[in-house]
Design a protein around this ligand. Structure first.
Ligand code: ZN
Length: 243
């Protein structure tokens, strides 16, 4: 009797998993006209940085509540405030606010390198300055993100790392391996001087145009979460062949 119950439960689970896989693989773009607002370079950059290891789109469908956890410097909280203001106009109907408790994007400043490293669960090929770990629901909607910033990182690098991880936190999960002449947070900027990067904390920092456009594209209503990278690449290939 019990064994039969288990067999039926397993069958139901297998069936549910199958339905889920079929539905997820059927996520398609209903319309592509909104993509005309973007240049082919912007679409191409998005095909790299908009998709992480899962090769599927992830985004928020509820208010993003950013909380910064102690110990942090006053300058950190001022910069996070600035980044929230930069992100707000880019994320469509979704809102982003700063909260003192129960946030869904938590920014941590570990005190030691050991503590920082203990939070890195992914197998990374290089030593990171920051790390973002995210939780999603089955539909590809973000539910919670934890950000960690390496200790003793100062200068412009601290602000760029914060912005880089917050780009991941809003849903740009990938990176580009390409080298650019203009600032790109998720790609490689060719002219970065490491001295300036680590020493000048007063250098103005803001989200580069490449990331601003990628976030705006991610939050287009017509772009559904769970859309596969290969589907997106196929659509932009069709658009490019028409022009
Ligand atoms: Zn990254």
């Amino acid at each position: 009797m019990i064994r039969k119950g288990i067999r039926i439960t397993s069958l139901v689970l297998v069936f549910a998993a199958l339905i889920f896989v079929i539905l997820r693989n059927n996520v398609r773009l209903q319309s592509t006209s909104f993509l005309k607002k973007y240049t082919s370079e912007e679409l191409s950059y998005f095909s790299e940085v908009g998709f992480g290891d899962s090769d599927r789109l992830t985004k928020w469908n509820k208010k993003i509540e950013v909380q910064i956890l102690p110990p942090f410097q006053k300058a950190d909280s001022l910069e996070v405030d600035k980044i929230i203001d930069e992100l707000r106009p880019l994320i469509g109907k979704t809102d982003i606010v700063w909260v003192k408790e129960k946030g869904n994007v938590l920014i941590n400043f570990p005190r030691t390198a050991e503590e920082f490293n203990s939070h890195i669960t992914a197998d990374l090929h290089q030593e990171p300055k920051g790390y973002a770990s995210s939780n999603l629901d089955l539909n590809g909607n973000l539910r919670k993100v934890d950000i960690y910033i390496i200790p003793h990182l100062n200068g412009k690098g601290r602000w760029e790392t914060l912005r880089h991880e917050l780009c991941h936190a809003v849903g740009l999960m990938g990176h580009s391996k390409r080298r650019f002449q203009q600032p790109h947070l998720l790609g490689i900027t060719a002219f970065n001087s490491y001295d300036v990067y680590e020493t000048d904390l007063d250098l103005p920092s803001s989200l580069p145009a490449a990331e601003r456009r990628a976030i705006a594209l991610l939050y287009e209503d017509s772009l559904p979460p769970n859309l596969a990278r290969k589907n997106f690449i196929q659509v932009i290939g069709e658009i490019n062949s028409i022009h």
